[in-house]
Design a protein around this ligand. Structure first.
Ligand SMILES: NC(=O)c1ccc[n+]([C@@H]2O[C@H](COP(=O)([O-])OP(=O)(O)OC[C@H]3O[C@@H](n4cnc5c(N)ncnc54)[C@H](OP(=O)(O)O)[C@@H]3O)[C@@H](O)[C@H]2O)c1
Length: 197
């Protein structure tokens, strides 16, 4: 977002009536913009908001998710798996025993059930290039969802995983290679953002 976007008034009427759009939403993945995003949710009357939310990056709870719950705005969650970094930090680790009580058999279900069990969240958007991962991820919709106490317990469990605290400085998609659109876009990002991990 550029500075002028921060000054933009979100005008739902113009977008729906003049441009014929059915549903209007706002989105960002960077927590630095969540207060701005929450303001749009509170004052702009969007149908949905898409935001970065995961068991590692929980900043949206006090900003975007709260605003969306207050306004009845649907929430789509991006980066629920932290761009493969969550799986990376639990590589070779077993799930905690209590996960079985919630039908959690894989780390994907652990991370995705945590996201979709927040009452304000409508849907999680995990991306994958592999059909077997689609099946694994969809399985997170089956069985009971963790209650608030269990969600806390899941966070506390992840906090015992040493590399969990380093996710923010890990490069995106560790160990993955996506030749084509994704790698081209990431290369462009790195060029204009030297601080990018
Ligand atoms: N609006 C915004 O600002 C914004 C920003 C970022 C992302 N997004 C959107 O958010 C969605 C999420 O995409 P994302 O790539 O950013 O984040 P993500 O879903 O958190 O991470 C995707 C990564 O997780 C891996 N993965 C997925 N399922 C897995 C499984 N079952 N086991 C192991 N690894 C698994 C994938 O690898 P494999 O390919 O090997 O499965 C891929 O590398 C996309 O629709 C994207 O367009 C929006």
């Amino acid at each position: 977002m550029e500075e002028r976007d921060a000054q933009l008034t979100f005008q739902r009427g113009d977008l729906t009536a003049q441009r014929g759009l059915g549903h209007i939403g706002v989105s960002h993945h960077d927590p630095a913009y969540f207060p701005l995003l929450a303001g749009w949710v509170e004052r702009g009357d969007p149908d949905f908001v898409q935001v970065h939310y995961s068991i590692h990056t929980r900043a949206a709870e006090d900003t975007v998710l709260r605003a969306a719950a207050d306004r009845g705005v649907a929430v789509l969650v991006n980066m629920p798996l932290e761009k493969a970094r969550l799986h990376k930090v639990v590589e070779g680790l077993r799930l905690p025993a209590f996960a079985a009580d919630f039908g959690i058999e894989t780390w994907s279900a652990f991370f995705l059930k945590w996201v979709i069990s927040h009452p304000a969240v409508s849907v999680a958007l995990p991306a994958t290039s592999r059909p077997e991962h689609v099946l694994e991820n969809v399985a997170a919709m089956r069985g009971p969802l963790p209650d608030p106490d269990t969600r806390e317990r899941m966070v506390r469990h992840m906090e015992t995983v040493p590399a969990f605290h380093r996710i923010g400085s890990m490069p995106w998609y560790p160990g993955k290679s996506y030749p084509g659109v994704v790698s081209t876009a990431q290369e462009a990002l790195r060029k204009r953002s030297p601080w990018w991990p």
